[in-house]
Design a protein around this ligand. Sequence first.
Ligand code: NDP
Ligand SMILES: O=C1O[C@H](COP(=O)(O)O)[C@@H](O)[C@H](O)[C@H]1O
Length: 500
Amino acid sequence: MKKLKNTILVIFGITGDLSKRKLLPALYNLERAGLLPEGFRIVGVSRKGTEPRDIIRMLKQSEAGKQADCPDICEKLEKILSIVDMKLDEGDTYAGLSRELSRIEAEAGRPLNRLFYLAIPASLFPKVTERLAEADLNMHENGICESRYLIEKPFGADLASAKKLISDLNERFGEERIFRIDHYLAKETVQNILSFRFSNPLFNGAWNNRHISHIMVTASESIGIEGRTAFYEGMGAMRDLVQSHLLQLLALATMEKPKTMEAAEIHREKEKILAAIRPPEPERMKEETVRAQYRTYRKETGIADSLTETYAAVRLSIDTPEWKGVPMFIRTGKALKEKVTEITVVFTEGGAESLTSARADAAGAEIKRNYLTLRIQPNEGIAVDLDIKKPGLDEATQAVQLDFCYRDAPGFEQIDAYARVLYDGMRGDRTLFATGDEVLACWRITEPVLRAWDSPDFPLHFYDNGSAGPEAADELIQKTGIAWFTDSHQVCTPPKPSFR
Ligand SMILES: NC(=O)C1=CN([C@@H]2O[C@H](COP(=O)(O)OP(=O)(O)OC[C@H]3O[C@@H](n4cnc5c(N)ncnc54)[C@H](OP(=O)(O)O)[C@@H]3O)[C@@H](O)[C@H]2O)C=CC1
Ligand SMILES: O=C1O[C@H](COP(=O)(O)O)[C@@H](O)[C@H](O)[C@H]1O
């Protein structure tokens, strides 16, 4: 366990949407849980003459802030927060930031770790990192403390720009000091994927194509783009969710057991499996990928001819002996019926072969399947669908479900993903961050799909807001003789009544 060291957290973009919705509430939660180190300081960077009290007002107005019992903690956060007013593209203004950091260290009587969080539009990353390097703010490394850089996605807009961004940043700061945030990796239920897989021989022994016929990853959101046109238009669901969060989920669900649970070993296995994931062949893109847009998107954004997809579905394969023949289906979309993220692993008699064998096609032949669903959110938990004999005189079987809900686990306490990101950044643990090679491997998988979608004759489907998504996505999976699994997340049981 790495130790938490005393830190100055510098948030570029402290007045922004991410800061308001995620970072400030995460800091609030860390302070409330007593997890911020003694002497911890926050420096916010803004262009608009903001005061610490304005930032605390933002926190109080956020969803989390409204529910929180703010007075003491908010007062404490206001005291440890200072603001540096500066334009991000003017080199000489970085001297002001440098002075503020030195002033805080002089007050503390020693150098402190510096954690720079770039919560600013991605187009500004190259400029800001260049200026930080010019101002020598990347050289704070003396054996006692160091500088680290928390970078938000998107990491590039395609493979070429990602390569350039990664190599420029590595040159300035070094891979070891760059923490690329994928907040899905910091979700409790996502961290559990490896623990669950490798601690339970019941499942782990059957985790391959001899027993598993297919895997489905679903991330549906009920919200639309919420006015963030500048961020979303031209980005789309494939770049926003598939290239990052969902390929990371698939990697965790399919990677080999690492030699140890050290960050370097986990990343090594993750990089290996990502390098083996294949997009559809170019001539099969129309059969094996779907892009779609919710019906009100164009009106909402004012872009009448927008081709940006708010929904993406894709069939992938993995080129390893363990996963040969097992299709991996990923789908994600906005403005859908409900918010659900889950991974369903389907155990089938005959494994991958059952999808193609004559047995599956034989009239009346019943294919026995067990569905194991890892519910990432909401109703965090794990469900297994089983068949049992119908109770009574009947010989037939019936489906039942074993269901585990996190909230029923002893000592359960939900740690918010962004609180985890900040905490791990402070203690320098890179396990839950994406390496440069992982990011590039994800681009190698998604880029051929995006290239196919650029073609003028590639279909863009439309779906109703609040629906289950486009029919084309159902057809994509039905071609394999199967269907999306949609039942599991309904089942997390309400808390049991207690008898006293
Ligand atoms: N919002 C979200 O839910 C998520 C965001 N991200 C990523 O996090 C980062 C920040 O996102 P978000 O907070 O939504 O971004 P915003 O568009 O809200 O911008 C954040 C802040 O950047 C500052 N800024 C400085 N210079 C400029 C400039 N030239 N143009 C625009 N803004 C400037 C502004 O602060 P000021 O005016 O005070 O200087 C602004 O408040 C992005 O990289 C985004 O991709 C990732 C996942 C989710
Ligand atoms: O990174 C992103 O994630 C959110 C969804 O995150 P979640 O934790 O609420 O599931 C998504 O809305 C956003 O478009 C994307 O950039």
